[in-house]
Design a protein around this ligand. Sequence first.
Ligand code: NAP
Length: 308
Amino acid sequence: MAAIRIAVVGMGKIARDQHLPSIARNADFDLVASVSPRDPGVDGIANFTSLDALLAEGPAIDAIALCTPPQVRYELASMALARRVHVFLEKPPGATLAEVDALETQAAETGTTLFAGWHSRFAAGVAPAKAWLADKRIERVSIVWREDVRVWHPGQAWIWEPGGLGVFDPGINALSIATEILPQPFFLTSATLSTPANRAAPIAADLAFRTAAGAPVTMDLDWRQTGPQSWDIVVETDAGTLSLAKGGAVLTLPSGTVHNDDEEYPGLYTRFAALVRDGRSDVDTTPFTLVADAFLRGTRNSVEAFDD
Ligand code: NAP
C-alpha cells in the first residue's frame, strides 16, 4: 500500500525530538508538510503557518500528528477530521474531556482514524509488567514522578495556563502506565494540588486512589525536584514486588531486571499506521479522566510564586 502522507502540526520540542525521527524511520509514513506559526520547518518539506493554509494550498495529506499544546488541539483536530484526514493526538488528547468525546464522535461519523497516543504505554517495561500483573493480587501501589520543570519545560508558558495541566503534564504519563498495567480500575479518593501564587496550574500534587478491590494507590508529583529525577512505579502484590523505573523503561520483577531499547515513539507510529490501515480509532481517556477528577475533587494550596 502507498505510504500515509503525513503533516506534523506544532513544530516544538516533542515534534523535533521524537515525531520527526520516528516518521523518518517508518516506511508506512511519508512526511509531506509541517505547520507551525513561527517555526521555519525542516529543509525540503513544505511548511505552513496554519493548518488552514496547509489544507487550502498545500500538498495532499492523509494524516496529521498534532504536537501543539492541548489548548488548541480541538479546533485543529476537528478541521482535519472534517476533511477526512486521520489524526494522531499527542498526550493529553485535549483540554477537556467533552471535546475529546466530540472528536471521537466526529471521527466515527466521518470514517476517519482518531488516535489518542499515550507514549509512556510504549515504554519497554510496560507490556511485560502488564502481563506479569494480570493474575496477581494488588496490595499497594506507589507512584513517584519528581522532576525539575526548569530542565524539562523551560519557558513553556502554555503548560502553566488553564488546560496546560502543570505538573500533571508529566503526571498523566504515569497514570497512562498505571491504568494500562494494573488489572483493575482505580479511582481518586483525595488530592492536594499546590499551585504557585503567580500561576494557574499546579507545580506539585499528592493524590490517593484506591482500586476497585480496595488496594491503596498513592501518587507524588513534584516539579521542584533538583538532583536525581524520579519516574517510578512500585506495585506490591501477593507474589512479590514489581517496579518500573525511568518512566516505564526499566522493569524489575522478583526474578530480576529487564532492560530493553526505548521504542516509545516508534511504537506509537506503528500503532497509528495499523489503525489507519484497519479503519479504526483508539481513544482511551482514562488517564485524562483521573486528572480531571483531581482538579474536580482536590484541595487547592497556594504556594511560593514560580518563575522560569
Ligand atoms: P512546545 O515545545 O511548546 O511546542 C508546541 C508547538 O506547538 C510550538 O512549536 C508552537 O509553534 C506550536 N503551536 C502552537 N499553536 C499552534 C497552532 N495553532 N497551530 C500549529 N502549531 C501551533 O511543546 P512540546 O513540549 O513539544 O509539547 C507539545 C505537546 O506534546 C504537549 O501536549 C506535551 O504534553 C506533549 N509532549 C511533550 C513532551 C516533551 O518532552 N516536551 C513529551 C511528550 C509529549 P510556534 O513555536 O511556531 O508558535
